[in-house]
Design a protein around this ligand. Structure first.
Ligand SMILES: [Zn+2]
Length: 174
């Protein structure tokens, strides 16, 4: 029953080329119809590459918000060039209402992580179904599936958002 293990982060880095001049992380893999990078997460699930990068390195994108590129490069996945925003000018209001993506990060304990691993191994439940059951974002489930750990994953790649990186490492170590 076990489905093939896919490490989306490894796949992600394979398809990213960092532009040394602009700092843009240029997606070299396949593109979606509207010109954004498209990453295969397994289990029939695809995600826009820049959204994957943002949710992985910064945090969940709050409902109703979308990502804007400060560099105007659609294929860029550098989270430092992305910010969660609304169409209108109510960005500040969104922050005031606690929609800031970082505040919605939820830490799951090791027991829950083990249970999720069992579900991934022994059932055909989708990432979404498992995420719903535990009240977490589906990308967290994706990363649990791949055995992704922040501390030892590709340390040679620059991580622009140091604070969230450290926080994750600290909570994992507890
Ligand atoms: Zn960029």
């Amino acid at each position: 029953m076990a489905s093939k293990r896919i490490d989306p982060l490894k796949r992600f880095w394979k398809k990213v080329r960092i532009d040394p001049e602009t700092g843009c992380w240029i997606w070299t893999g396949s593109l979606s119809g509207n010109g954004y990078g498209s990453l295969n997460l397994g289990r029939g699930l695809y995600i826009k590459a820049h959204r994957f990068a943002y949710e992985t390195f910064v945090g969940q994108i709050a409902e109703g918000l979308e990502l804007a590129h400060s560099c105007d490069v659609k294929q860029c996945c550098n989270p430092a060039h992305l910010r969660a925003t609304t169409h209108a000018e109510n960005i500040q209001e969104a922050w005031d209402r606690n929609l800031c993506p970082r505040k919605r990060r939820k830490f799951i304990g090791s027991e829950n992580a083990e249970r999720i691993v069992e579900l991934l191994r022994d059932t055909d439940q989708t990432y979404y179904e498992i995420a719903d059951a535990f009240g977490i974002g589906y990308l967290t489930v994706v990363h649990i599936n791949s055995g992704f750990h922040w501390a030892d994953a590709h340390p040679e790649i620059p991580r622009p958002i140091r604070n969230s990186y450290r926080r994750q490492t600290a909570s994992t170590a507890m």
